[in-house]
Write a protein that binds this ligand. Structure first.
Ligand SMILES: NC(=O)c1ccc[n+]([C@@H]2O[C@H](COP(=O)([O-])OP(=O)(O)OC[C@H]3O[C@@H](n4cnc5c(N)ncnc54)[C@H](OP(=O)(O)O)[C@@H]3O)[C@@H](O)[C@H]2O)c1
Length: 359
């Protein structure tokens, strides 16, 4: 595989730090540019992010002395130095939309963690094991933007990456209704217990915009390309409640599901065990070998014990049993800043690289 030069836009933030950690020593991607707000411009990465470094591994040596650029003012210069950028910034939605389009129009592809473009009709929102074919819409997007190389591809919200992977191989049984309650880690808000001490011994029953994302995004991921847009799936009906819990990393979901054709418990377990997607077939560097992992123990999966499975890229599931109101209920867990954020975006970039979209 060819080597690509990449930039991290929002490098100083929680997701940006994850990108830096994951891309350090990556076999295909080399970090050449770090960028953030004008506040960070001209500082070294260590000066700008050292005091708020939230990763368990140290800041990569190769990046400590890199000088940060301004993500907005330096677009042309950044685009001239890299083959594509990863983007995870805390800005207003319309500002992020404009920023990402400006990179795409500067012929610099954007692999984004931000939600701003998730519902743009011709922007693929990809979970690489589930809807890798959606990247084919990039041709139509390039036509709209008037670009040769530039495009935007996004990953979905972290909340849905715990339960949508578990539901996906069960779609052949006709999923009718889904109820999912998510228990979401504080790193999903870009926080640690040091920066958000109010979360110790606490639970907050509201995460702005999260329930809408959790109900709508699966339908785009399960949608189909029709002409120059991705059309959302009509079913299943999904309802959610999203709670913030005092966990550093790892989003858990308690899921209830009803089918058109109710499978047996053994059939469900077989579907999970045997499921593999394009990333596994292509053996992409960040693809987990076993994507869906079922625990027989009643007290698993646990955030602290199981979130790091396969480098935080695998999804773990447990407690599958029949329900009195729905057909089945179960619990699932995924690492929100790895599979759910930077890791999911790196896997998407690996898929795009393998399919030639950065050439
Ligand atoms: N945390 C998660 O688990 C997670 C999961 C999925 C998606 N996301 C999304 O990823 C994005 C970043 O989240 P985060 O948790 O990493 O946020 P964060 O820790 O608050 O970091 C925000 C980043 O945005 C930069 N920034 C702020 N204003 C800017 C501006 N005007 N121009 C350029 N850069 C600017 C900051 O740079 P300075 O340091 O210079 O201020 C910093 O690098 C958000 O859209 C979030 O919704 C987060």
């Amino acid at each position: 595989m060819k080597n690509y030069n990449v930039g991290i836009i929002g490098a100083t933030g929680m997701v940006g730090q994850r990108f830096a950690t994951l891309l350090d020593g990556h076999p295909w991607f080399t970090v050449k540019v770090l960028a953030a707000s004008p506040r960070s411009k001209g500082k070294t990465y260590e000066e700008a992010a050292g005091s708020r470094w939230a990763m368990t591994t140290p800041m990569p040596e190769s990046m400590k002395n890199m000088v940060l650029m301004d993500a907005t003012a330096d677009i042309e210069e950044i685009a001239s130095q890299v083959d594509f950028v990863f983007c995870a910034v805390d800005m207003k939605k319309d500002e992020i939309k404009a920023l990402e389009e400006a990179y795409a129009k500067a012929e610099c592809p954007v692999v984004s963690n931000n939600s701003a473009h998730r519902f743009t009709d011709d922007v693929p929102m990809v979970v690489p094991e589930i809807n890798p074919d959606h990247i084919e819409i990039i041709k139509a997007q390039r036509e709209r933007l008037g670009t040769k190389r530039g495009f935007i591809a996004v990953k979905s919200n972290c909340s849905i990456q715990s339960y949508v992977p578990a539901l996906h191989p069960l779609r052949k049984f006709g999923i009718k209704n889904v109820l999912a309650c998510t228990y979401q880690a504080i790193s999903g808000a870009g926080k640690t217990f040091e920066t958000w001490p109010e979360m110790v011994d606490n639970l907050i029953p509201f995460i702005g915009g999260e329930e809408e994302k959790s109900e709508q995004e699966p339908l785009k991921v399960w949608g189909t390309i029709e002409g120059n847009k991705i059309v959302k799936a009509q079913s299943p009906a999904i309802t959610t409640q999203c709670l913030r819990v005092p966990v550093s990393n790892g989003h858990t979901a308690a899921v209830f599901v009803t089918f058109e054709n109710k499978p047996s418990k053994e059939e469900i377990l077989k579907c999970w065990k045997e499921f593999a997607g394009v990333p596994q077939e292509l053996e992409l560097p960040h693809a987990p070998k076993q994507f869906l992992n079922y625990f027989e123990e009643d007290n698993r999966p646990q955030a602290k014990l199981d979130r790091d499975m396969e480098g935080g890229m695998a999804v773990s599931i447990g407690r599958l049993r029949e329900d009195t109101q729905y057909d089945y209920k179960f619990v699932c867990l995924s690492h929100n800043t790895l599979r759910g954020a930077a890791g999911g975006a790196v896997l998407l970039a690996e898929l795009l690289a393998a399919k030639g979209y950065f050439d």
